[in-house]
Ligand binder design. Structure first.
Ligand code: FES
Length: 103
């Protein structure tokens, strides 16, 4: 189910039988969704598994909570040679705009 953290369907099934009702519950109990892709690959699979195992409609299953950064950014972008936070760059600093649009 979660390739990044090597979590199997059976492990997901077990925590659901122990009371997990949302992706975030499963994440806390198994580390599912905490890998490098930050659940971009496994979230929909886990939501489908919750639906299949519990019979709960997909629209009633809470969607996973997302946290910043939404997309991967380089450490170099966050940390420069300076030790002051005021010099931390934003991803937006790296964008090149042309007529208000990203090149
Ligand atoms: S596949 Fe689950 S975090 Fe990447």
């Amino acid at each position: 189910m979660c390739r990044c953290e090597e979590i199997t369907y059976e492990e997901i099934e077990e925590v659901i039988h122990h009371g997990a009702v949302s992706f975030d519950d499963i994440k806390r109990l198994t580390r599912c969704g905490m890998g490098p892709c930050q659940s971009k690959v496994c979230a929909h699979l886990v939501l489908q598994a919750i639906h299949e195992i519990t019979g709960k409609p997909l629209v009633e299953i809470p969607i996973p909570r997302t946290r910043m950064p939404v997309s991967p950014i380089r450490i170099q972008t966050l940390a420069t040679n300076s030790t002051q936070f005021s010099t931390v760059k934003s991803v937006l600093d790296e964008l090149e705009l042309e007529n208000g649009k990203v090149k």
